[in-house]
Design a protein around this ligand. Sequence first.
Ligand SMILES: Nc1ncnc2c1ncn2[C@@H]1O[C@H](COP(=O)(O)OP(=O)(O)O)[C@@H](O)[C@H]1O
Ligand SMILES: [Mg+2]
Length: 277
Amino acid sequence: MRVDPQNGGPGSAPRKEAARQNGEVLLAVDDVSLSFGGVKAISHVSFDIRKGEIRAIIGPNGAGKTSMLNVINGFYHPQEGTITFKGATRRKMRPHEAASQGIARTFQNVALFKGMSTLDNIMSGRSLKMHRNFFWQLLWVGPAQREEIAHRRRVEEIIDFLEIQHIRKTPVGKLPYGLQKRVELGRALAMEPELLLLDEPMAGMNLEEKEDMSRFILDVSDQFGTTIALIEHDMGVVMDLSDRVVVLDYGSKIADGTPEEVRGNQKVIDAYLGVAH
Ligand SMILES: Nc1ncnc2c1ncn2[C@@H]1O[C@H](COP(=O)(O)OP(=O)(O)O)[C@@H](O)[C@H]1O
Ligand SMILES: [Mg+2]
């Protein structure tokens, strides 16, 4: 399917306008710096993500994009700066805290349980939402049983939404790459996140797979109201999907604005052309 925001596609929804104008800030990154030994992966970067928007993070390889997602979801702890999520400011948090507060992510390199089925991988995204302990689940009685059934129903809805019914029992290691990426999105959605972090969800995909993934990302935004941060290299995809774009280069922010503003920015053009600076 072609995604055409100019022509009544899902991207043209009023959601976009609302988010672009004066949406409430869901997450703010303030003056964050992160080093690994002598390598400065992120230098004094600030930007925000508004509720309901699709926020692209772009930049050449090694720019610090993945590191930024790792700071946001607590894998890395920045030496300087703060993250404010839903009004609470912190220097660092642990990944499970980020997850329980509503941040989910997918990875640049697919990170699924390869021997497990699509269904079980997506089900694993529910683990945070399962309150009954292991003992109850082992007994498979009363509350645990009811809870398991409710989780399965939600997982089946996600499987329908992503149109992967036909592979629900297939071990994910046997699936083509594009479908593995879709299953990984399903696992993140199973957490019912408020903020979804997608690290190159379309890397390595062919055109048709990219169009499918673009459509699912827009549908997640429109139908679930999920706020999305998206790292993506394909500028066409960025133009089609995102409300605003932040551009990183060598760990610093070099531009921030609408896709049109960023595309015409000389610093951005130079960074992509590899002009020395
Ligand atoms: N765990 C790590 N240890 C050491 N250096 C790292 C680590 N993660 C990232 N880096 C370095 O930080 C910089 C930014 O990397 P990364 O965030 O992966 O960039 P991008 O995702 O934009 O390609 C690179 O120089 C990379 O080598
Ligand atoms: Mg990366």
